[in-house]
Write a protein that binds this ligand. Structure first.
Ligand SMILES: Nc1ncnc2c1ncn2[C@@H]1O[C@H](COP(=O)(O)OP(=O)(O)OP(=O)(O)O)[C@@H](O)[C@H]1O
Length: 304
């Protein structure tokens, strides 16, 4: 598996704001990669530098073997970008907007027509091709934005918070389309988001906060490492369970006769269950969510 993006000691400041403070990471080809972080963490700054839209202060970025700053034109031909705010012309139709973008890449005539048709089919907006972009709903616009970013058949698709501002249904639709694109075309997808549930499907996640990497791993490993799990026990005899837990120095809380013990891993519940086995009316292990993991890593709620 080759690394399609490699980043070393990348830094960027805006006057006295250190937006990106020397980060290192790589993205494997064909994967769904997520850069996750709270507002102002440095996600857009990082993506803008990788896409050659913003010059780094120092460090190096390689995209498909080409160095940012030296091979920018070649890099631009291989990537598709959907920024947070897109500037498609609201008066022109969806098809016209995408055609203009395609012509930037040297496509013309039938080749251009076919490319536009194909991307509209891919993202499911064929029926919207003749409609002015300005008349589309939020979810339809996002699809059109993504279609436009795909017109040059990019190797890497960059999506900066692609579902922000969409209703839950449209978010889900856009998300399904993105995962389909990645799986069916072996496209590398580089995504920034602050929606925890969106990184559940990612192959790898880097969490940044205040311009620094604060955690990395697969969604499952991040959850295992940073999200607390809980053991809930409803005992037969309340006094007895208190005695047993205290005697064994196990911290617990009680709400409505349910005794809760924080545990790191699921299997850590087993010795506790063994201790109180005779006294259990019912029990359950509650697994931490990605939201819990995010709060565990950054100490912040992630949603806007
Ligand atoms: N053009 C700019 N001029 C000055 N400061 C900037 C500029 N762009 C970003 N910043 C600052 O740099 C820091 C990182 O911003 P960035 O937009 O990269 O974060 P982000 O993680 O993408 O946030 P969001 O989720 O809100 O988009 C923030 O403190 C931001 O205010």
């Amino acid at each position: 598996m080759s690394n399609i993006i490699e980043i070393k000691n990348l830094k960027k400041s805006y006057k006295d704001v250190k937006a990106v403070k020397g980060i290192d990471f790589y993205v494997e080809e064909g994967k769904l990669f997520a850069l996750l972080g709270p507002n102002g963490a440095g996600k857009s700054t990082t993506i803008d530098m990788i896409c050659t839209a913003l010059k780094p202060d120092s460090g190096s970025i390689t995209v498909d073997g080409k160095e940012v700053g030296k091979g920018d034109n070649a890099i631009r031909k291989e990537i598709g970008i959907v920024f947070q705010d897109n500037f498609l012309d609201p008066i022109l139709t969806v098809g016209e907007n995408i055609s203009i973008r395609g012509s930037f890449y040297g496509l013309k005539g039938n080749e251009l027509k076919n490319a536009v048709k194909k991307v509209c089919e891919t993202v499911g907006i064929t029926d919207l091709m003749k409609r002015p972009y300005g008349k589309l709903s939020g979810g339809q616009r996002r699809r059109a934005d993504i279609a436009r970013a795909l017109v040059n058949t990019p190797k890497i698709l960059f999506l900066d918070e692609p579902t922000t501002g969409l209703d839950p249904q449209s978010r889900q639709n856009v998300w399904q389309m993105i995962t389909k694109l990645q799986k069916e075309n072996n496209m590398t997808v580089f995504l920034t988001t602050h929606y925890m549930e969106e990184v559940t499907d990612a192959d790898y996640v880097i969490v940044i906060d205040s311009g620094e990497i604060v955690a990395k791993g697969t969604p499952a490993t991040l959850k295992e490492k940073y999200a607390k799990n809980y053991l809930h026990i409803t005992p037969k005899d309340k006094e007895k369970i208190v005695k047993t837990l205290k005697y064994n120095n196990i911290d617990f809380t009680v709400i409505a006769d349910v005794y809760t013990v924080d545990i790191d891993k699921t299997e850590d519940a087993l010795p506790i269950i063994d201790l109180v086995r005779d006294n259990i009316e019912s029990f359950e292990v509650i697994k931490g969510t990605m939201d819990d993991a995010f709060i565990g890593i950054t100490g912040k709620e992630i949603r806007k």
